[in-house]
Design a protein around this ligand. Structure first.
Ligand code: B12
Length: 230
């Protein structure tokens, strides 16, 4: 490992790194506390300072939601605080979206994406959608609380090549198993690639329910789609 001697370090780049991490810390803090307007302002100024949109998402907004989850688990936060933070995150994400999308559009394939039955969490799904569109895919967003029939319709009537299912609650992971079984029973399982994800989902669970792939994050999901389709 090369460790730069203090005297060799470029003070200008050190200053820049400090500014970036301060901007990301501010974004994280505003998101955790659900300060919608201040969060959007912080995101705007970070972008103006040249902070990368992906860094804002990966090092600011997503870790903020993890902290919110921890605080909810420990009893420090209650449902309203979780909701306020989620609303702030969704608003910031909407603002960030054009900066995350790749302008060079390619038609790589068609994907249906939904949060499974019983589950209303959609932030991860929405990030996945932005990343997939940025990667050149056409995405049919089936929304939240998606019953198996909606996945079936998308495969049958929209000729999607990939179905992606998101679940954030341990109990709703079972809805993935049910949806995959329904696709099998409809005779459609072999005509589609199925990917699963969401915070509680694991590779082991994906294997157990017969999914084709699992990814812990949205970037990995795009890479898996690229590898499996192209
Ligand atoms: C925000 C939030 C909410 C918001 C949701 C707002 C919204 N519009 O989504 C609100 C306040 C409404 C909410 C409600 C509830 N929530 Co909630 N929530 C969260 C929280 C804090 C963050 C979730 C989030 O958005 N994370 C950020 C995103 C970016 O991460 P992600 O979704 O995991 O997605 C990433 C990856 O997983 C992956 N990914 C996601 N989907 C997919 C799909 C595929 C195919 C692939 C490949 C990858 C992939 O890519 C994403 C980006 O990298 C989590 C805590 C946590 N640590 O997850 C709790 C959490 C998920 N909630 C929880 C609970 C219990 C609830 C409620 C039941 C609370 C209640 N008593 O009512 C309700 C459920 C209502 C319902 N039926 O759905 C629990 C679940 C516990 C469990 N394991 O079963 C958690 C873990 C909190 C906790 N620590 O207890 N929640």
């Amino acid at each position: 490992m090369i460790v730069a001697h203090t005297a060799d370090r470029d003070p200008a780049s050190d200053k820049e790194t400090t500014q970036v991490s301060a901007a990301l810390d501010l974004i994280k803090d505003k998101c955790i506390r659900g300060k919608r307007a201040e969060l959007t302002e912080a995101v705007k100024s970070a972008l103006a300072e040249g902070v990368d949109a992906k860094d804002i998402m990966l090092q600011g907004l997503i870790p903020a939601m993890a902290v919110v989850g921890e605080r909810y688990s420990s009893g420090e936060f209650f449902l309203p605080q979780m909701m306020i933070a989620a609303r702030a995150m969704s608003e910031a994400l909407e603002f960030l979206k054009p900066h995350l999308l790749n302008s060079s559009y390619q038609q790589r394939g068609k994907i249906a994406l939904g949060t499974v039955a019983g589950d209303f969490h959609d932030i991860g799904k929405n990030i996945l959608k932005i990343m997939l569109e940025g990667g050149g895919y056409e995405v049919i967003d089936l929304g939240v609380d998606t019953p198996p029939e909606k996945f079936i319709d998308a495969v049958r009537n929209e000729s999607v090549q990939v179905v992606l299912m998101s679940a954030l609650i341990t109990v709703t992971m079972e809805s993935m198993r049910v949806a995959i079984r329904a696709l099998e029973e409809a005779g459609l399982r072999k005509s589609v690639i199925i990917g699963v994800g969401g915070a509680p989902v694991t590779q082991k669970f994906a294997d157990e329910i017969g999914a084709d792939f699992y990814s812990p994050d949205a970037y990995g999901a795009v890479e898996k789609c690229n590898a499996l389709l192209n």
